[in-house]
Design a protein around this ligand. Structure first.
Ligand code: PBG
Ligand code: ZN
Length: 328
């Protein structure tokens, strides 16, 4: 008789047994909710590719954050859309710019009830839609660094709790760290988009953020999808330069990178489950072809199981709601 010697199924018999040996658990305290604020009169604008993710005016945003705080979500990742763009992205480092203004208002109203993490980049602010200054058709790395540092400083002056540079220029973390330090902001952490791939999954985001490149693409600064070891080099550099939290982005197609980063580096790791991940699930579930809640939980749990400590996700409000009502 060839009976199995060990029977893993013994511990899968019922909910309670499965719970006892559950290795990964979602929690609201690790979630970050991305939000978009636009200089405009309408309170909120619907974006077809991203149902339930809106562009908000400052007033609309403040109202929406009430609900986010209510759900005990600890942090938002804030993106700004200015009324006017130019080739050097002036609005990005304008003290009275949309992000700076929104950050001041949020901090005034909510204080420590919510962490404001600001995205530091130029693509929403440049007329050409690239993440830096263009010289002869190419994004000039070192010219861009100076502006990124200015942007970060202006966010922090407005009250940002953390800055998150997403441009993928070389050396930006060091530049920004120095800028914050010489201005007395030693205690403001930097969450670096350290391994950010040139992914096709960003296109719904570019509808919301109005940040699509007007010529070419981002492959001369964002990482090439087939590469794994290169992610470790990028992350290693950002840690040396002073990053406090590193990020892998996207999440769903890049779980191997998340896993490897967690195994290799001893530093908090964030994963950004991006707009394309959201759109694929949202639209497919709306058509009734997959179960929304189960799919969202399976994806988010997998990101955590792969090694992410922090999860940046457009599903944050739903996940927090399910956790609150104890229905996961
Ligand atoms: C801008 C930026 C992008 C995202 C975050 N910051 C898109 C891009 O590189 O074009 C993508 C987020 C998402 O898709 O949800 N640098
Ligand atoms: Zn950008």
């Amino acid at each position: 008789m060839a009976y199995p010697e060990y029977r893993p199924r013994r511990l899968r018999k019922n909910e309670k047994l499965r719970g006892l040996i559950q290795e990964t658990e979602l929690s609201t305290k690790h979630l970050v909710y991305p939000m978009f604020v636009k200089e405009m009169h309408e309170k909120k604008v619907f974006i077809p590719s991203m149902p339930d993710v809106f562009q908000f005016s400052i007033e609309g945003l403040l109202k929406e954050i009430e609900g986010v705080v209510e759900l005990s979500i600890p942090a938002i990742l804030l993106f700004g859309i200015p009324a006017k763009k130019d080739d050097v992205g002036s609005e990005a480092y304008n003290e009275k710019g949309i992000i700076q203004e929104a950050t001041r208002r949020i901090k005034k109203l909510f204080g420590d009830d919510i962490l404001v993490i600001t995205d530091v980049c130029m693509c929403e602010y440049t007329s050409h839609g690239h993440c830096g200054i263009i010289r002869d058709g190419y994004v000039d790395n070192d010219e861009t660094l100076k502006l990124l540092a200015e942007i970060a400083l202006s966010h922090v002056k407005a009250g940002a709790d953390m800055v998150a540079p997403s441009d993928m220029m070389d050396g930006r973390i060091k530049f920004i760290r120095q800028m914050l330090d010489i201005n007395g902001y030693h205690n403001i952490p930097i969450m670096s988009y350290a391994a950010k791939y040139a992914s096709t999954l960003y296109s719904p985001f570019r509808d919301v953020a109005e940040s699509a490149p007007q010529f070419g693409d981002r492959r001369s600064y964002q990482m090439d999808v087939p590469n794994q070891k290169e992610a470790l080099r990028e992350i290693g550099l950002d840690i040396e330069e002073g990053a406090d939290i590193i990020m892998v982005k996207p999440a769903m197609f890049f779980l191997d990178i998340i896993h490897l980063a967690k195994k290799t580096f001893n530093i908090p790791l964030a994963a950004y489950s991006v707009s394309g991940e959201y759109a694929m699930i949202k639209h497919t579930a709306e058509k009734g072809f997959i179960d929304y809640k189960k799919t969202v939980i399976e994806l988010t749990t997998s990101i955590k199981r792969a090694g992410a400590d922090i999860i940046i996700t457009y599903f944050a409000k739903d996940i927090a709601k399910w956790l609150k009502e104890n229905s996961i």
